[in-house]
Write a new protein. Structure first.
Ligand code: TYD
Length: 167
């Protein structure tokens, strides 16, 4: 699958590719009123929100989203947890956002996540790790198409773009 390439700029480290990724605040994050704090982390990093919705996830959607995990022993508990309440689904855009957002979110197991990451700061157990972030550009494309209609994603210009991302 081709990498989503929206625009090319140049940084001191070489060309940078603007990407989109799928981020979700899981039901524990919504229940604990962490939506704002999680959005704030992506905003203050300089990334751009291009799609967002609050929804109750169906088991069908979840089994497609986690299609590689359906045989895992923890999968039934994961389904119960992910369908226990609303989820905030988002698409964010920015240079190298897939890799950067995985670093911001932290290790799957909060006990192994670095301090300052979302999972380390807000959770202590792998089964309630607050947030999802796509783990590859291919995964991001697949998840964005699964969770969103293309028409619900906005192309818009941040007025600070030349300050935050282009020399
Ligand atoms: P995974 O895709 O491996 O991790 P990540 O969310 O970091 O991409 O797993 C999906 C979710 O499944 C994970 O966020 C939490 C849950 N999970 C468990 O509950 N127990 C486990 O042992 C693992 C590996 C994951």
């Amino acid at each position: 699958m081709t990498r989503l390439l929206i625009a090319r700029g140049h940084s001191l480290g070489g060309p940078c590719v603007k990407e989109r990724t799928f981020i979700a605040v899981k039901p524990d994050g919504v229940q604990r009123r962490l939506i704002g704090q999680i959005i704030h982390r992506f905003e203050r990093r300089g990334f751009k929100l291009v799609g967002m919705k609050l929804l109750q996830v169906s088991k069908d959607l979840l089994s497609e989203h986690y299609c590689q995990l359906t045989k895992k022993p923890f999968y039934p508990d994961l389904v119960d947890y992910m369908t226990s309440g609303p989820v905030v689904a988002m698409v964010w855009e920015g240079p190298d956002i897939v890799k950067t957002s995985r670093m911001m979110v932290g290790h799957t197991n909060p006990a192994e996540a670095h301090a300052g990451t979302i999972r380390a700061d807000f959770s202590f157990h792998i089964s309630r790790n607050v947030v999802h972030a796509s783990d590859s550009t291919e995964g991001a494309q697949r998840e964005i198409q699964l969770w969103f209609d293309g028409k619900d994603l906005l192309n818009w210009d941040c007025i600070d773009q030349s300050v935050t991302s282009e020399l």
